[in-house]
Design a protein around this ligand. Sequence first.
Ligand code: ZN
Length: 174
Amino acid sequence: MAREIRTFGDPVLKAAAAEIKDVDDKLVRLAEEMLVVMYEAPGIGLAAPQIGVQKQLFVYDNDGVTGTIINPSIKESSGEWVYEEGCLSIPGLYVEMVRPKQILVHGWDLDGNELEFEADELWARLIQHEFDHLHGVLMFDRMTPDQRKEALAEYARLQEQPAAPAKPRRLRLK
Ligand code: ZN
């Protein structure tokens, strides 16, 4: 049974997730379940806290390549890139946000292999967004005070309206 995506206001989204010590079958099944939820949403990334699991992992679809990253860290970042970012836990809201353009990522995959790779633009944005979820940080926390005020008001307006049809072909970062 698919789990529900937690939305803004749920305290689980503000808590830091625990580091994962062992990659076992249970974790593999969790990642499989998360991918189902992510694709159903639909989104291109989903972090475990978004379905209420306080563990440091996220799943992604990077331009058709699917995977899981465990205990991610961002070792270096550079440049700036503007992107209209969205979040499955803040449905309907898209805000142009500046974040680093390139990052150096460290983590592990589901086979227990250590990973270290560079990412840029959308792929880097996805990882930074999911990384934030693992530390209880939401898009609102990354906004300037003016942006946040406007975005919170916009989100409140969205909550009052009946669900709008999804915008076509819009990428949503989970
Ligand atoms: Zn998100």
